[in-house]
Design a protein around this ligand. Structure first.
Ligand code: NDP
Length: 450
């Protein structure tokens, strides 16, 4: 046991950078957490002496592997697969699988680190992990995606299990990919167990898992608004992305009386001044999950603006919901949002705001819900899917909707408790970091040095 003093932030992050060269997303995620945890543990010697934070920032295990598959033209293709098992102090590793060309070890390490805190915040017994591949599902046929998923799972199955590590979906991994991967796991192991979440309803899936992340992100905003005795009624909202999280965020905002005027994908954003109502949203879901088309087609269909190669943050709004990907809100974007009168941000995507952008929101003292708290609804319902699989039962939709709503409120209230800085300002970043840290850290202390 070391008795050295807790380092300052720069020394700590310097060590993280040195041990993980070039992994800028991972450095960013650790820095965001360490900036709150180092002051929090300054008067708590047990966490310092047992090097808890440093151990959390070192994954338990990383698996990297080759994924070979044959495309429709009989070419042999080679991708790289990963699973980062960050921390299982409070439960089996749990976190999504991402298929996107931008996937690197750094991206998955940041996501697995964040996931550890997020899963702790849900109050459910889940550790943190994340996996994926640089495989790009866009433009691939169904059979190519199936062959890739089967090859990916042929290696991954050795490292996961219902009590070990339970992956789910993420960018590029939806119901189709989960089905192919679950089928291959079942074939290889000759067992039907809840080893993945986000499954189809016919084979152990849970109701409302698909909606949970987007809905949860909006619920978190609803709870922040309630603290200010405000509501969604009549608010103009920006949403980025047009995938699972984005479309379900729009659905819930509409139900709560807000108006969403933007959606985006990696080629640009649409600006629909009239609002994206339920019928238009159905069009987007069909466009993205069935036809797998581009958001620009929405602008042609409904006669609104399309801004190629841009993100939506310069459109004036009351509330903003980044739901596409990491670092999609820069410092300049944050400044424009604040200047245009945006009162609150709730993050559906993981780490969508750069560190300097977060500082802008904090300085402006607007409502800002960081992803590890705001988008925890998805993994929370994944946790409920695991419980249903273990008990071999299916809960009804109303029960699950209520459980999700309660979990999001608890996450909000816990984060608000640790993050309250004055009567009228809550620093939810600090609140979520500290609330997520304490449970994992105390479990690690109980285990001794492992
Ligand atoms: P989807 O694959 O369903 O959708 C992703 C969306 O983001 C697409 O519109 C995609 O556009 C866009 N996008 C992806 N990469 C980029 C990029 N580099 N620049 C601009 N747009 C981009 O993924 P999800 O909706 O599931 O995930 C979105 C975010 O939410 C991710 O950060 C994910 O980690 C996070 N998240 C998801 C959860 C879930 O339950 N699904 C749970 C918690 C967090 P295009 O089609 O052009 O690539």
């Amino acid at each position: 046991m070391s008795t050295q003093n807790v380092p300052d932030l720069e020394t700590f992050i310097g060590g993280v950078r040195k041990r993980n060269p070039g992994e800028k997303e991972f450095h960013q995620a650790v820095q965001e957490v360490a900036a709150d945890i180092i002051p929090f543990i300054a008067d708590k010697p047990k966490y310092q002496e047992w090097e808890v934070l440093r151990r959390m920032a070192e994954p338990d295990r990383i698996v990297m592997f080759r994924v070979c598959w044959e495309d429709d033209n009989k070419n042999i293709r080679v991708n790289r697969g990963y699973r980062v098992q960050n921390n299982n102090a409070i439960g089996p590793y749990k976190g999504g699988i991402r298929f996107h060309p931008s996937v690197t070890l750094s991206v998955l390490k940041f996501l697995a680190f964040e996931q550890t805190f997020k899963n702790s915040l849900t109050g459910l017994p889940m550790g943190g992990g994340k996996g994926g591949s640089d495989f790009n599902p866009k433009g691939k046929s169904d059979s190519e995606v199936m062959r890739f998923c089967q090859s990916f799972m042929t290696e991954l199955h050795r490292h996961i299990g219902e009590d070990t590590d339970v992956p789910a979906g993420d960018i590029g991994v939806g119901a189709r990919e989960i089905g192919y991967m679950f089928g291959q796991y079942k074939r290889l192991t000759n067992s039907f167990v809840g080893v993945l979440t986000g499954k189809g309803m016919e084979f152990g899936g849970s109701l409302i898992r698909t909606e949970a992340t987007g809905y949860g992100t909006v619920y978190f905003m609803e709870d922040m608004l309630k603290v200010r005795k405000d509501s969604f009624e009549g608010k103009t909202c920006l949403v980025s992305g047009s995938g699972n999280v984005a479309t379900h965020a729009v659905e819930k905002i509409n139900q709560l009386g807000g108006k969403v005027v933007t959606l985006s994908d990696s080629s640009g954003y649409i600006y629909d001044k009239e609002g994206i109502d339920a019928d238009k949203l159905e069009y987007v879901k069909e466009l993205k999950t069935v036809r797998r088309g581009r958001i620009e087609e929405y602008a042609k269909e409904f006669g609104c603006e399309f801004h190629a190669g841009k993100r939506p943050w310069d459109v004036p709004c009351d509330l903003a919901f980044p739901c596409a990907t990491q670092n999609e809100v820069t410092k300049a974007d944050a400044e424009i949002l604040v200047k245009n009168g945006c009162q609150g941000i709730s993050e559906g995507a993981n780490m969508p705001t750069e560190l300097a952008g977060i500082d802008v929101f904090k300085e402006a003292k607007i409502m800002y819900a960081p992803s590890k708290a705001a988008n925890a609804g998805g993994v929370a319902v994944s946790g409920l899917e695991m419980s249903q699989n273990s008990a071999r039962i299916s809960w009804k939709e109303e029960e699950l909707q209520q459980l999700l709503r309660n979990i999001m409120k608890d996450i909000h209230d816990n984060s608000a408790e640790y993050g309250r800085e004055s009567e009228d300002y809550v620093n939810y970043v600090k609140g979520a970091n500290v609330a997520g840290f304490v449970k994992v850290a105390d479990a690690m202390l109980a285990y001794g040095v492992i």
